[in-house]
Design a binder for this molecule. Structure first.
Ligand SMILES: [Zn+2]
Length: 127
């Protein structure tokens, strides 16, 4: 399984890679860097990926988020703009950055609700 280097969590959920997280199944602790991974969720939708925490001890999987191709593109645009705005630290730019982060969070939350419903219908999972 592809763990680590390519894992890009949604920015508002970003935590330091060395954060220790306890497995809810076997209670061992591992860093976010070790646990975090993404996999294709193409049976649900073409281009959809699922972000997960996978325990190396017991294999327990914890769902984190869904990321469609559209959301990934929108996210790249939004954070690209934020990157540009952050170079000039003016009050207007700070406000604009705040608004863009809010916009992304709303898009993200809508998407999570959408795919939660789809996934539950597909295979009865409760992710
Ligand atoms: Zn475990």
């Amino acid at each position: 399984m592809d763990i680590g280097s390519t894992f890009q969590p949604p920015v508002h959920e970003t935590m330091p890679q060395d954060t220790l997280i306890e497995c809810p199944n076997c209670y061992t602790k591992h860093t976010f860097k070790v646990l975090g991974t993404e996999r294709a969720a193409t049976p649900l939708e073409d281009g959809l990926t699922e972000g997960l925490l996978v325990c190396p001890e017991c294999g327990n999987e914890t769902h984190c988020y869904w990321m469609s191709r559209e959301l990934r593109e929108e996210r790249a645009k939004i954070f690209g703009t934020i990157g540009v705005l952050a170079k000039r630290r003016t009050p207007i730019n700070f406000q604009r950055i705040k608004e863009l982060r809010e916009k992304y969070k709303i898009l993200f939350d809508i998407e999570q609700a959408k795919y939660k419903e789809i996934a539950e219908k597909e295979d009865g999972r409760t992710a």
